[in-house]
Design a protein around this ligand. Sequence first.
Ligand SMILES: Cc1ncc(COP(=O)(O)O)c(C=O)c1O
Length: 412
Amino acid sequence: MVSLDLEFVRSHFPAFAHSESKQWAHLENAGGSYVPNQVINIFNNFYTSSKVQPYWNFGPSEKAGQAMDRAIEVIPATFNASPDEVHFGPSTSQNTYVLANALRPDWAIGDNIVVTNQDHEANIGSWRRLENTGIDVREWKVDPETGLLNLSDLSQLICEKTRLVAVTHASNLAATINPLNSIAELVHSVGGLLVADGVSFAPHAAIDVHTLNCDIYLYSTYKTYGPHLGLMFTSDSISGKVTNQGHFFNAGKPTGRLTPAGPDHASIAACAGMIDYYEEIYHHHFQSGSARLRDRIEKVFDLFGEHEEQLMEPLINYILSREDFRLIGTPSTNRAERAPTIAFHSYTKSSEAIYDSLIDANVSCGHGNFYAHRLTEAVGLDAEDGVVRLSMVHYNTEEEVSRAIEVLESIA
Ligand SMILES: Cc1ncc(COP(=O)(O)O)c(C=O)c1O
């Protein structure tokens, strides 16, 4: 069986060699991941040789356009989608904001939408604001003990007037993978749309929008080893429902309608570096080449996921073994059930105090609500002190996780 060559992986990330950053066990990946050379090189090339208006016929401009087109062509494979279905925006928060404005004219006063109190505010606030325009906003609430959503509660909330359900694929705190496919079945049975926030899922596994059956799926590339952008998949089902949010003369372009301002050209181009990195990992680990880019991405994320499962197991088990700690989300260490994002709190110490100890030991992490403000309060915590979050991705090592456990043990 092939397993992830961690030394090879880490050799692509300059942060692990830099005199300052290499001192840290980076366990704040759910906030933002490190970037490999493949992404940095594209930025470097773009800014040094083609930082001009793209798509004219002079050399640097042609080159800029080609670099952007390459990303636009290859990035959809990360969703298992096609280029006409993927929108490049500045962030996920801005993509949901635009989407909410684009969908609202298709709905009538008294129609309803469902949001959760498990999501990051990026997939709540834009939808909740529609209440001011006569939309009935309903909340799908988590279990206050575990922070988990129950599918049967959703069936009580939806009806033939439900236009949309917005839910996270995996919360940035509870990290538990929600059954999007079953949720989609329920939402579609009343004619509604499903918007899934995949920001906390995307760094860990290959997304397949067709299997998931969602109408809109979003993730942010600064969490998936890329530049700071937000990507949004929209299916055919919504094309007739969105009003154009772009310039009127771009209304006919499928990906112009939901991106009123095109984001940074260099960042669009640099997204291709994520794919270049996955390709490098693929070719290092597998001899026989899979014909399709999509298949290669799936194999790479399988390798990532296996390693991440090994990383999260000791940390989750350690937290569960502590009577003074409470883990948010499922206690499972199975990657089919949760992402390696571990949020917990102590019954006897503030999250800030635990965070301080981790930072003192050079474990990078955070504490608070991480913009999952409603979830933090729903599980009974103060939104400012909140939880401590330790989040891993494939490039982390078992030693880094052990360092965090040692700190937690030392403050027992
Ligand atoms: C689960 C989740 N959704 C949405 C967002 C917001 O993404 P962006 O910063 O691209 O707006 C975040 C950011 O941390 C997140 O963790």
